[in-house]
Design a protein around this ligand. Structure first.
Ligand SMILES: Cc1cc2nc3c(=O)[nH]c(=O)nc-3n(C[C@H](O)[C@H](O)[C@H](O)COP(=O)(O)O)c2cc1C
Length: 224
């Protein structure tokens, strides 16, 4: 029996199109995790009609740490608690997570649930934030985006909520037209890759994404 038996991974897909590269990578990641023995809960925020806007039902009496949130948010909380691994997969928008994913955190990762307890409920969980970037790997914006995601997602969110093992991955080259900033800060957009070159481009992209997921799984500490 492998140590992975009965472990659960929550994959949070944050994209408005089912035919996006983001959704495609999320589905492949789900298969990869299932092959590694995980039970996968695939949460597609758009397909499930998640509204990322904060509302009064999800901001009840601040002082009560045990307050009840909206049924929808309570359901998301149960899914988070049931997961050993939480893997948001998302397109990078303006160097950050899209509003859809940010709103999921805003509405669901609440006081008393995700933070504000001497014993964090989310402690012991592991997170892998998989962000797809349109910029090419050699674009100087990529290391800056990596730093921003580390600070904002692993730092301000995961660490704040007791998730000590959180890592962020930036996957560049998500577009078929190469786009990079030149030395003057002007955006250059190249010709779309086609035919066999296109297949190779996306096969390489998929391989890199899968390698990051494998590295993340391999780094799991097996309890003694
Ligand atoms: C509103 C918006 C903002 C974007 N901001 C960035 C960015 O800051 N850096 C970057 O590399 N790509 C950026 N992109 C490109 C997306 O990351 C890219 O199109 C996406 O990852 C491609 O995958 P998809 O087919 O899943 O959308 C942006 C795209 C949109 C629509």
């Amino acid at each position: 029996m492998s140590h992975n038996d009965s472990r659960t991974a929550l994959i949070v897909v944050s994209h408005h199109r089912a035919d996006s590269l983001t959704a495609h990578i999320a589905r492949r990641t789900a298969t990869q995790l299932e092959d590694a023995g995980y039970a996968v809960d695939l949460l597609d925020l758009t397909a499930e009609g998640f509204d990322p806007r904060m509302n009064t039902a999800d901001q009840p009496d601040w002082n009560d740490r045990d307050k009840t949130y909206s049924p929808e948010v309570e359901d998301h909380m149960r899914r988070i608690l049931a997961a050993d691994l939480i893997i948001p997969v998302f397109p990078i928008y303006w160097g950050y997570a899209p509003a859809l994913l940010k709103g999921w955190v805003d509405r669901v990762w609440n006081y008393g649930f995700a933070y504000g307890r001497s014993k964090p409920k989310l402690a012991g969980k592991r997170m892998l934030w998989l962000g797809l970037a349109g910029a090419t790997a050699d674009d100087m914006i990529i290391p800056a985006i990596q730093t921003m995601l580390d600070t904002q997602l692993s730092g301000a969110i995961a660490y704040y909520c007791g998730v000590s093992d959180s890592r962020t991955v930036v996957l560049p080259d998500a577009e078929e037209r190469p786009q990079r900033l030149d030395a003057e800060g002007k955006l250059e957009i190249g010709d779309a890759v086609q035919g066999a070159a296109r297949d190779a481009h996306f096969a390489d992209f998929e391989r890199k994404a899968a390698e990051h997921v494998s590295d993340f799984l391999a780094a799991d500490r097996v309890p003694a």
